[in-house]
Each structure stands twice: as structure tokens, then as C-alpha cells.
Design a protein around this ligand. Structure first.
Ligand SMILES: C[S@@+](CC[C@H](N)C(=O)[O-])C[C@H]1O[C@@H](n2cnc3c(N)ncnc32)[C@H](O)[C@@H]1O
Length: 325
């Protein structure tokens, strides 16, 4: 295994691309893929994920460990993947759905390897700003999980954290991750889970049909305007041991936030995370055993399917090793 550079291919034809000034050219089809802000773009700028582009360019640094002073992203990354930074330094690694790059930053800071990272939205611009210091070690592209600009069977490690529930087909997304992984390579995903019949009896799922259609700046304004009383009420209900009722306040669950945040930082996290819940086009929570089946039915050995705890939170995680091409 080595931390080699994986070259971009035409995601639609899997044909070779040559780098010209300002774009990648596919000589087979004549297609040009623009390079903007030093980031190749393999998808239309206007797509269902743009609420995330808006979000991550507004809140580009909020959740970055180096900005928050917490190590939540690092704890989550290593607890959920179970990976070793030394080993990772020598692997070909793909991150899908990097957002503003909180996990890209962890990878780049704690290993010496190259990270290939994509996101479908203009969040890639935020990631580039946040991780510019790492230069070519961050190979960033704007692309969809369904049309990844890499050859099949390319990567030793693939991770996709906080993304799959926001894609239109969870199982097609899993298939796409598997296809880019080498035989013997490992895939780690985390996702919103279905905890029971009550999961969708929640202000988020009740209001999303409306809120996801609101203009994004308006939605953000509404959340900002209401955040103080919602936070105060949420905290009060928790203090009174009435946590079950907090699901009816249209605010994110703030209990997993790092303890060291200042009140202003905590409010900013709450605004961002609430927007993150109420704005996306898709929000499809899953059962761990169903996700495990999506991997095993496609030739993978599932090595973990369940909750992973780390200081400050927990995530529903599936890890799998690809066994057959
Ligand atoms: C909740 S954010 C998580 C970002 C980052 N992994 C994190 O945890 O901070 C979900 C991300 O998935 C990306 N995404 C959604 N659909 C995608 C797709 N089809 N292909 C690639 N990325 C996608 C969004 O643009 C967004 O940045």
C-alpha cells in the first residue's frame, strides 16, 4: 500500500483526462471539466446539495477542531474508523462528502498521507480555504458520489461521514463507495439511524417539507432570530429531566456539543446544526442492520455495525472490507 496519487478520470466514461490550462479535457468525448479556485468540477454547480454549499461557506470554520479548540472531529474520526494515523499515511484514501473539511483537516494534520476528497456542493471552496496550508496533500474535487472521477478499485480506505442520509438513494451510494474501493480495502460510513417508531415524530421531520423549500438565507435568518429562546427552553427541559419533550422544539439536539464552547460559540453551533437539519433536500435515516446488508449483499465483510462512542458523542457506524471485485 502507498499514499499514491489517484488520477482523475471522466466520471461518465471512465476515460483518461489531460490537464489543460483551466480545465481537464477528455479527448475521447471532447468534454471539458473546469478547474475553478484550483478545484476540478465534475458536476453542475446547481444541484440538490447546494443548501450545503450555502451552509458550509457561511459556517466554514465553526466545527473545525483547530477553530473550536475541541478535538471532537478527531475523536469521532478515529473512534468511528478505528484507523491508525501511521498506517493511513501509506494508504490511498478517499473521503466522500467532506463539507467544510473538518475530517479532511483531521486526516491532513494527523497523517503524512494524501487525501482525495470530494463533495457535491460548493462546500469544496470552504474546504480549500480551511486546508490550503496542506497544498497538494489535499486532492479536492467537486463531484457526486454517483459519478466519482476515479477508476474503480482505486482506494485502500474510503470514508463517508454524515453524508449518506442526505443522498437520494442510500443503497446506490453504498454501491458507489464499494466500487471505488480495492479488494481488501475498507469502507467506513456513519449515518442518522432509525431508533424506533418515534424517530420521525420530531419537529425536524414535521417541518422539513416546508423548511427545505424556504430560500436558504430566509431559513437561516429565522433560525438566528429564534435561537436564544429555543436554546434556553431546550436547556430548561433537560435540567427538568424532560428531555423527551425537546424533540418538539425546532432546534438541533445540543447535548453532544463540546463542553468548552463559549456561549456565543455554542449558539453558533446550534444555528449551524439546526440549519443542517432543516434545510437539506434529503434526510433518510436507516437501521444499522439494513446498511450492513447493503454492504454484505455486494461482496463485503461487515466488521462492525452499531453505535460507536467517543468523548462527547456517539455515531451509528458500519465498517466493511471489500472481498470481491
Ligand atoms: C451534513 S454534511 C457533512 C459534511 C462533513 N462530512 C461533516 O461531517 O462535516 C453532508 C455533505 O454531503 C454532501 N453530499 C450530499 N450529497 C452528495 C453526493 N451525491 N455526492 C457527494 N457529496 C454529497 C453535501 O454537499 C454535504 O457537504
Amino acid at each position: 500500500m502507498s499514499s499514491e496519487l489517484i488520477h482523475y478520470l471522466n466520471p461518465f466514461k471512465q476515460s483518461i483526462l489531460s490537464r489543460e490550462s483551466g480545465y481537464f479535457l477528455c479527448r475521447l468525448t471532447g468534454e471539458k471539466f473546469p478547474i475553478l479556485n484550483d478545484i476540478p468540477r465534475f458536476c453542475p454547480a446547481d444541484n440538490y446539495s447546494e443548501s450545503f454549499g450555502f451552509q458550509w461557506n457561511q459556517f466554514d470554520r465553526t466545527q473545525l477542531d483547530v477553530h473550536s479548540g475541541a478535538d471532537l472531529s478527531q475523536q469521532r474520526f478515529y473512534a468511528e474508523t478505528g484507523w491508525d494515523p501511521q498506517e493511513l499515511s501509506h494508504c490511498s484514501v478517499l473521503e466522500v462528502g467532506s463539507g467544510a473539511g473538518r475530517f479532511s483537516e483531521v486526516f491532513l494534520r494527523t497523517t503524512t498521507g494524501v487525501l482525495h476528497s470530494v463533495d457535491y456542493s460548493s462546500a469544496v471552496d470552504a474546504n480549500r480555504r480551511n486546508n490550503a496550508a496542506y497544498g497538494d496533500r489535499l486532492q479536492l474535487a467537486q463531484a457526486s458520489i454517483y459519478e466519482l472521477p476515479f477508476a474503480d478499485n482505486s482506494f485502500d480506505k474510503v470514508f463517508c461521514l454524515g453524508v449518506l442520509q442526505h443522498t437520494p438513494s442510500f443503497s446506490d451510494s453504498v454501491a458507489a463507495l464499494i466500487s471505488k474501493t480495492r479488494v481488501g480495502g475498507e469502507i467506513v460510513v456513519d449515518f442518522y439511524c432509525i431508533k424506533g417508531w418515534h424517530t420521525k415524530i420530531h419537529s425536524k421531520y414535521m417541518l422539513r417539507p416546508l423548511t427545505k423549500r424556504l430560500p436558504k438565507p430566509l431559513l437561516l435568518k429565522l433560525i438566528r432570530f429564534n435561537i436564544r429562546w429555543m436554546l434556553a427552553l431546550f436547556d430548561l427541559l433537560c435540567a427538568l429531566h424532560l428531555t423527551a419533550i425537546t424533540r418538539f422544539i425546532p432546534i438541533t439536539d445540543v447535548r453532544g456539543f463540546p463542553r468548552n464552547l463559549s456561549p456565543a460559540q455554542r449558539r453558533e453551533w446550534a444555528v449551524m446544526d439546526t440549519f443542517d437539519g432543516f434545510s437539506p433536500e434529503y434526510d433518510n435515516p436507516q437501521r444499522a442492520q439494513d446498511v450492513a446488508r447493503m454492504f454484505s449483499s455486494r461482496g463485503c465483510d461487515v466488521t462492525h455495525a452499531g453505535l460507536v462512542h467517543y468523548p462527547g458523542g456517539s455515531g451509528m457506524v458500519v465498517r466493511a472490507i471489500k472481498r470481491v471485485v
